[in-house]
Design a protein around this ligand. Structure first.
Ligand code: KDG
Length: 334
């Protein structure tokens, strides 16, 4: 059967997210809102809203949460046809404690979840059918005994098929030991074309160095493009032929920082994935300096939008809304 083309495939776990409805901390909050979140599904929604066709591959439990999760993503227009509902398994949940201006604290209830059982033999050719690009994170390999092996194999298969790959390390210290995280992420980096770490993640992986030194190390490891996220300062892109930095957007009130990196990746990829023959262009990037600059600028804008909303993806714009912002048009709401 010939399926329609897919711009991006992403593989990972999404969870049911509960957040206190009021400003009180989780311990005292009487009421919670329910939504979904997970780095890969955040990106799937972000890119879909920006007009890309995205397939999210996962496993959920045969429970009400699994149904809600799949319905939410399908409702957003994400292709969930390669997700499986596993009998007698459960869908993961997590809680986010927002404490004023600090980064929220998250509490995971995901050990032994349906998606944590992913293994190498689960990989299906249908995951990649008709697809151009794979986006992965460092969260999925941390979930279960076999998920790192599965992710590495998925990246290798995508490469064999000629797909480009982006990788956000999304280091989550609550999920694995520092040593396991470092070892696995260092194995995954050479398999990607576009690496999207935060500055703190570069420090974690390579120790204290300058930004240019991180760029040199990473260029020698394999990715043709590394984009280092610098928080409020913006972001910088490094290729073998040039580097470019774009300033961040100032934000009046930061509500919730979780999901900002995924918003950044969605914005950045939404422009890069429009480049024909992306891998060749990235390998010898002479003509795409401006495009890379625009991509990280859009990433910065989306990151700044995401932190102003409670929830990981609720504040992400549609392409039409984004274009209006990029052209400086005021929105007319009534
Ligand atoms: O990047 C945001 C994610 O961290 C959040 O959605 C939850 O996927 C998640 C995780 O594992 O931390």
């Amino acid at each position: 059967m010939l399926r329609s083309m897919v711009d991006v495939v992403t593989i990972g776990e999404s969870m049911i997210l509960f957040q206190p409805m009021t400003d009180s901390s989780i311990q005292y909050a009487p009421l919670f809102t329910k939504s979904i979140a997970g780095a890969e599904s955040n990106i799937a929604i972000g890119l879909t809203r920006l007009g890309k066709k995205v397939r999210w591959v996962s496993r959920v439990g045969d429970d009400a949460f699994g149904k809600y999760l799949l319905a939410t993503l399908a409702g957003e227009g994400v292709d969930v046809s390669q997700c499986k509902v596993l009998q007698n398994e459960s869908t993961a949940i997590y809680f986010k404690d927002i404490k004023g201006s600090q980064d929220p604290t998250v509490y995971y209830y995901r050990k032994g979840s349906a998606a944590s059982k992913f293994k190498r033999n689960d990989i299906q050719s249908g995951w990649f059918e008709g697809a151009h690009h794979l986006h992965v994170t460092g969260i999925t390999p941390a979930l279960g005994e076999n998920t790192a092996e599965m992710m590495i194999e998925a990246m290798e298969r995508a490469r064999e098929k000629g797909m480009t790959i982006s990788f956000d390390p999304n280091i989550r210290r609550k999920l694995w030991s520092e040593e396991q995280a470092r070892q696995t992420i260092l194995k995954m980096i050479p398999l990607c074309d576009i690496f999207l770490p935060g500055l703190d993640e570069c420090q974690f992986l390579f120790g204290e160095k300058t930004r240019d030194e991180y760029g040199d190390i990473l260029l020698n490891m394999g990715p043709s493009l590394t984009v280092i996220k610098l928080g409020e300062e913006g972001s910088m892109a490094i290729t073998k032929n040039f580097s470019v930095k774009k300033d961040g957007y100032s934000v009046e009130r930061v509500v919730d920082t979780v999901g900002a990196g995924d918003a950044f990746a969605s914005g950045c990829l939404s422009i890069l994935l429009d480049v024909p023959n992306l891998r060749e262009e990235l390998e010898d990037p002479v003509n795409i300096r401006d495009i890379v600059g625009d991509a990280i600028g859009r990433g910065n804008r989306l990151g700044a939008l995401a932190v102003q909303f409670k929830g990981d993806w609720e504040g992400l714009p549609t392409l039409q809304e984004l274009k209006a912002m990029e052209q400086g048009k005021e929105s007319v709401s009534r």
